[in-house]
Design a protein around this ligand. Sequence first.
Ligand SMILES: [Zn+2]
Length: 95
Amino acid sequence: MTFSPGFHGIHVAPVATTHERIRWLPPLPRANRIRIREHTCICRSTQYELCEAGGLAFIRRFKAFQGRMLIRETDWLVTARAAQLWALLLRGQAR
Ligand SMILES: [Zn+2]
């Protein structure tokens, strides 16, 4: 697939040798309204969203797996911790 110039969003850096291991969990319907604060570029096979709901925040991961989209999410965290984890993820320092 090709994408026009200016199409691309945030790209996640390649994972660093030493990085924080994120605990990815099956998603649970814990809130009616989830606000997506940021998301990574859809040109990559794995995409991430920084989400907020009910005063907490978490990262959601969409990964193509055997022809299906596998969805996982982090623990729901206080907003500052989720923002920190998001920054680490983008820099390749958490995965
Ligand atoms: Zn892209």
